[in-house]
Design a binder for this molecule. Structure first.
Ligand code: SF4
Length: 329
């Protein structure tokens, strides 16, 4: 019997699916073991790095004394990129939009697909996921209940594209692989710094001190080395949480059917601690007025909210346009 993707129920995998299996799997003897003290050492390294910044927490504009500081992979990536863009975006209140919501709905649809007993039809999974998320009492549910018909149609269409690509490229996720979507991770340091995030997809589990989990970030668009930093952050949180770090980190580009993978090592985790400490320090310096926001040009200038008022950004975009046009001749 074939499902909607033309894949046999007792699975004939296409080359992309076979590649995913090959990248994510590993024989037990090839999976690394980690020292049980590692989680304590990582926690201590974060505590030592962040302790000098405790007095700066209460200097933040718009925060009450005693408020915790929430640190996400997104904020770290922003502040370690262009500080001016970070400051501008921090000042904007968060609101749900189609490009943001489609990832969350797609993850819910993928989660449903694991235990789905009927034909794996992406559109049905998306509709079910939208219905489930729309039933809650959280801000996403409020947004889903009030969006226009046009936004709903756009959300449905773009999410369907993501889910279809996922089902085409990944082998069907078996419950025995311990798949989990939007896995929330959280580490608190000095009861004031909250490092948290949600990983798109986690597959596998540790076996004692032997690593077995693979963290997967699903992306659209072009590859970027910065995407590795997002997964490293999650690997650090998971390593502190359970003591045995994930085995491998994989950014999967759905539009291209390609992976960027790296194995988790102790060095990688400690370098991530240093990146977190650096990023938190920059955020605190900026939010307490102890540092002027520097600009750093790059691809993000194209969708930066202040690109029309930023001289560096305008120059960069003009050069970029020249290069792009020149490349065509
Ligand atoms: S346009 Fe570019 S350089 Fe200027 S603030 Fe935005 S991201 Fe930074």
């Amino acid at each position: 019997m074939c499902d909607a993707l033309g894949v046999e129920a007792k699975q004939e995998l296409n080359p992309a699916q076979q590649e995913v299996l090959a990248e994510l799997g590993a024989p037990k003897e090839q999976r690394p073991r980690f020292d049980a003290m590692l989680r304590h050492e990582l926690q201590r390294a974060l505590e030592d790095g962040l302790e000098p910044m405790l007095p700066m927490l209460d200097l933040r504009e718009g925060e009450k004394p005693g408020d915790s500081m929430f640190v996400s992979k997104y904020a770290l990536g922003q502040v370690l990129g262009c500080e001016r863009k970070f400051v501008v975006e921090q000042a904007e209140p968060f609101e749900w939009k189609v490009p943001i919501a489609r990832g969350t709905i797609a993850h819910k649809a993928i989660e449903l697909s694991v235990h789905w007993r009927r034909e794996l039809d992406p559109m049905t999974l998306v509709d079910e996921a939208m219905a489930r998320r729309g039933e809650g009492i959280d801000p996403l549910a409020d947004w889903l209940q009030t969006i226009s018909e046009t936004e709903r149609a756009e959300l449905r269409g773009t999410t369907n594209d993501l889910v279809l690509k996922f089902l085409e490229c990944f082998p069907p996720l078996k419950p025995a692989w311990y798949p989990s979507t939007e896995t929330s991770l959280r580490v608190e340091i000095h009861d004031r710094f909250v490092l948290s995030g949600r990983c798109d997809l986690s597959i596998g589990v540790a076996d004692g001190d032997r690593a077995g989990k693979v963290l997967v970030d699903l992306k659209t668009g072009s590859t970027s080395l910065h995407h590795r930093d997002d997964l490293r952050f999650y690997a650090l949180l998971d390593a502190i949480r359970i003591g045995t770090p994930p085995r491998r980190l994989a950014t999967y580009y759905l539009d291209q059917g390609r992976f960027q993978v790296e194995d988790v090592t102790e060095d990688l985790l400690f370098s991530t601690v240093a990146r977190v400490v650096d990023g938190v320090e920059r955020m605190l310096m900026l939010s307490s007025g102890q540092r002027d926001a520097a600009t750093a040009t790059g691809p993000a200038c194209r969708w930066c909210p202040v690109r029309h008022d930023c001289d560096d950004g305008k120059r960069h975009l003009a050069d970029d346009e020249d290069t792009t046009l020149g490349a065509g001749w």
